[in-house]
Design a protein around this ligand. Sequence first.
Ligand code: XBP
Ligand code: MG
Length: 239
Amino acid sequence: MKAIIFDVDGTLAETERDGHRVAFNLAFAEVGLDWDWDVDLYGELLAVTGGKERIRYYVERYRPEVAQRLDFDALVKTLHETKTRHYVRLVADGALPLRPGVRALIDAARAAGLTLAIATTTTPENVTALLRAALGPEAESWFAVIGAGDIVPKKKPAPDIYLWVLERLASLGIPAADCVAIEDSANGLKSALAAGLATLVTPGIYTAGEDFSGACAVLPSLDGLTLNSIETYVSDQKV
Ligand code: XBP
Ligand code: MG
């Protein structure tokens, strides 16, 4: 193993329920919409990755009249920019701690000279805010490649974001066969597997109970996970 590619939302931190969801609701209120994404509804909406895509899906399903507005595309854009502003502030205020074991694993990987990367569907500013707030002001520089948001047209479960990251890792001399992905969701797992990656899954509050077939391991958390045990999970799956 030469590199670990981390998903962000749900994997590094439980960002969805108390971060993204709250920020979406603050944006709706700010723009004058009475929409309220409660905890259960948000769980359903998470089937669609990407915030803008999620808003569109919600409108299609629950507010079809809004899609007829001439300014609908502009509304989605404004809502999402407003949501991102709220999310970044929530994160900077320290609202979203790392999941157990994340910090230790990142520290161990860095100490062992592994390359770190990120593959996520979330907006780049959100990644920067989380890394800085939860890991430290320099943390962004610990990741050799950060693939995020609209940098690829098709979000997870499509493999595109992982393939984008793998192309950059390959140019650093690291082939996909030497990389391991860590994910929290079935959509993320599908994306990583379709890109040909060995993948560990640590389900979170919204993704427990999803289908993780194809993962080399499904772990309740990353707490206590060593680099050696990751290598063992990967090589056990290959035999
Ligand atoms: C999580 C997502 C994101 C966030 C919202 O993806 O699907 O869309 O919920 O972020 P991952 P944006 O687990 O791959 O990080 O609103 O910035 O899209
Ligand atoms: Mg995730």
